[in-house]
Design a protein around this ligand. Structure first.
Ligand SMILES: NC(=O)c1ccc[n+]([C@@H]2O[C@H](COP(=O)([O-])OP(=O)(O)OC[C@H]3O[C@@H](n4cnc5c(N)ncnc54)[C@H](O)[C@@H]3O)[C@@H](O)[C@H]2O)c1
Length: 255
């Protein structure tokens, strides 16, 4: 699908992979709506972009806020053709730790943000996308989700995160099938290790250990490389129903 002139809604677009994608799509002529909790970085990204960029403060775990943000996109730009789900969070906690079993609310919080927040954004965006005029290929919209290689090779302490990301991988083909009749594609990007503010929180020892595990290129991915993949998914009409590892061939070790 051609990007120029389309409206892209990007959850988690205030930072890291989402912000890089917002910037690339905007540079290719898209209108951009950033849905993010962070009401300092979100507006800052939008003012950097200038026109055709709007911030909608949104907690993706609150469905009223997700719905309101979609309305902002429709009111500002008339339609939604692209959804990129980047909002996400992690929380290291073992299944049984020194203080006892994994806190269940902590597990639910991560699943709520990463999996349910992603699905809620998908269902509303797809609901509006189906009204778009199809292009010559019959396409009306593209949905891109962000899982993680932890969907397959989760490290020690990543039970909640892995479960939430595996849920995203699991629903990708189903959603592509659900929306096929409407000409809406759905793919998931499963990043390995990317240098973003999320990873900057990690102690240097863990960063070094992770970087050493990446066969080639032997470095963290760049947010612009994630954005390149998102662009390809949007532009390539036969990419559908697939979860794509973007990981320099890393297979994460237990720790
Ligand atoms: N950086 C990596 O190495 C890596 C690897 C695999 C997967 N991922 C995934 O990529 C996505 C983007 O991560 P990133 O590295 O750019 O992190 P980041 O922290 O730079 O960006 C995440 C953004 O999501 C927003 N967010 C968090 N919870 C939210 C909520 N409830 N509602 C709305 N917005 C919310 C944050 O405010 C932030 O702006 C995440 O889903 C993450 O799990 C990242």
């Amino acid at each position: 699908m051609e990007i120029s002139g389309k409206t892209a809604v990007i959850t988690g677009g205030a930072s890291g992979l989402g912000a890089a994608t917002a910037k690339l799509l905007h540079s290719l002529g898209a209108n951009v709506v950033i849905m993010d909790l962070n009401d300092e970085k979100g507006p800052a990204v939008c003012s950097e972009l200038g026109s055709r960029a709007v911030f909608a403060k949104t907690n993706v775990t609150v469905t009223e806020e997700v719905q309101a943000a979609m309305k902002v996109a429709l009111d500002e730009f008339g339609s939604i053709s692209i959804l990129v789900n980047c909002a996400g969070a992690g929380l290291p906690m073992k299944t049984v730790g020194r203080e006892g079993p994994h806190d269940l609310n902590a597990f639910k919080t991560i699943v709520n943000i990463n999996l349910i927040g992603t699905f809620d954004s998908i269902r509303w965006a797809a609901f509006y996308m189906q009204n778009n005029e199809p292009n010559e290929d019959g396409e009306r919209g593209v949905i891109i989700n962000t899982a993680s290689v932890a969907a397959w090779d989760g490290q020690i302490g990543q039970a909640a995160y892995s479960a939430s990301k595996a849920g995203i991988v699991g629903m990708t083909l189903t959603i592509a099938r659900d929306m096929a009749r409407s000409g809406i594609r759905c793919c998931t990007i499963a990043p390995g290790i990317f240098d973003t503010p999320m990873m900057a929180l990690m102690p240097q020892k863990n960063r070094d250990s992770l970087a050493a595990q990446i066969p080639f290129p032997n470095r963290f991915g760049k947010d612009s490389e994630y954005a390149m993949m998102a662009r390809q998914i949007i532009e390539n009409p036969v990419l559908n129903g697939e979860s794509i590892r973007l990981d320099g061939a890393i297979r994460m070790a237990p720790r």
